[in-house]
Design a protein around this ligand. Structure first.
Ligand code: ADP
Ligand code: MG
Length: 291
């Protein structure tokens, strides 16, 4: 890599009791790059992403975003500097509508961009919320228009349901809402933790094409994914983990054919979406042979 990476994480380590879930991992992502992290269940992928995005605190290591240290920043600060993520098991506010869930992403972005003068800034915000001057109404209308645009990325999946509470949506639709909310942050780095976990084949194909579109827009994306076909097609680079360590990295085909990766997966019997066997689970060799 010639230029300064957008994200640079070095020596990342996290221990849980006697287990070192993430063991001295380095990870670099260049602007516009699509990097996937693969590995059997328990390899440490989610923990690594939790550490990078501030959901968990590391025991050792350093994270830099474009040369600025952001190690162990709290999640709201991470969001403010343009790091947006989705979660392996999906997290949306069930009682809020699709519109309001995605608006949260817009609000987070605006709040981060605004003045942070103590006392004065919050008071000004309250005053503006009470009086609702034209500037506030215009801003809100613009945000709602933007939410509609983002939601339209998902075809007719979400738009007809935009005013429904998300608890009434299908699981696949709730996962789409989560991605829409992440996009509303205008992320510099989009982190997706198994975006197709629990999805059937056609839902997976649809999600893959949406992620492919996000890639085509030139976004910088970090993906954790078990479905190897998807990883092979989308990634510029793949990093494989096992037992908290990086065991292989490089071009997708190189990593897939690396004996260390094959052994790690065979040792764990299958590339699973989650512990109870998500659809799309397939042995590595079958995934390779299907190409
Ligand atoms: N909060 C936690 N407390 C204790 N152990 C944890 C915790 N989170 C993860 N682990 C352990 O860390 C290891 C890595 O887990 P995880 O990062 O979820 O793996 P992956 O996402 O690759 O499946 C596993 O052994 C898991 O049991
Ligand atoms: Mg995980």
């Amino acid at each position: 890599m010639t230029s300064t990476p957008l994200l640079s994480a070095t020596g990342i380590t996290r221990r849980f009791g006697g287990i070192t879930a993430v063991d001295n991992v380095d990870l670099h992502v260049a602007e516009g790059e699509f990097l996937s992290v693969i590995g059997p269940n328990g390899a440490g992928k989610t923990t690594l992403f939790n550490l990078i995005s501030g959901q968990d605190r590391m025991d050792a290591g350093k994270v830099m975003l474009e040369g600025t240290e952001i190690t162990n920043f709290p999640p709201h600060k991470m969001a403010g500097i343009g790091m947006a993520r989705t979660f392996q098991h999906g997290r949306v506010f069930g009682n809020l509508t699709v519109m309001d869930n995605v608006l949260i992403g817009c609000h987070t972005r605006l709040r981060a961009a605004r003045s942070t003068i103590p006392v004065v800034a919050p008071l000004l915000e309250i005053l503006k919320a009470l009086i609702r001057p034209k500037s506030v109404r215009d801003e809100e209308a613009a945000m709602r228009a933007e939410v509609r645009e983002i939601v339209a990325t998902f075809g007719d999946r979400l738009t007809p349901r935009i005013h429904q509470p998300t608890y009434s949506l299908s699981y696949a639709n709730r996962r789409r809402v989560e991605i829409a909310r992440a996009l509303a942050l205008h992320p510099r780095l989009l982190i997706l933790d198994e975006p197709t976990a629990g999805m059937n084949e056609s839902e997976t194909a649809e999600m893959q094409s949406i992620i492919g579109e996000l890639k085509a827009q030139g976004r910088t994306i970090l993906l954790i994914e078990h479905k190897l076909n998807m990883v092979m097609q989308l990634s510029d680079r793949v990093m494989a983990m096992d037992n908290g360590k990086v065991i292989s990295q490089g071009k997708p085909a190189e990593v897939r054919n690396d004996p260390k990766v094959i052994e790690a997966y065979l040792g764990h019997s299958a590339i699973g979406g989650d512990d109870h066997g998500a659809p799309g689970m397939m042995p590595l060799q079958a995934a390779g042979g299907a190409e």
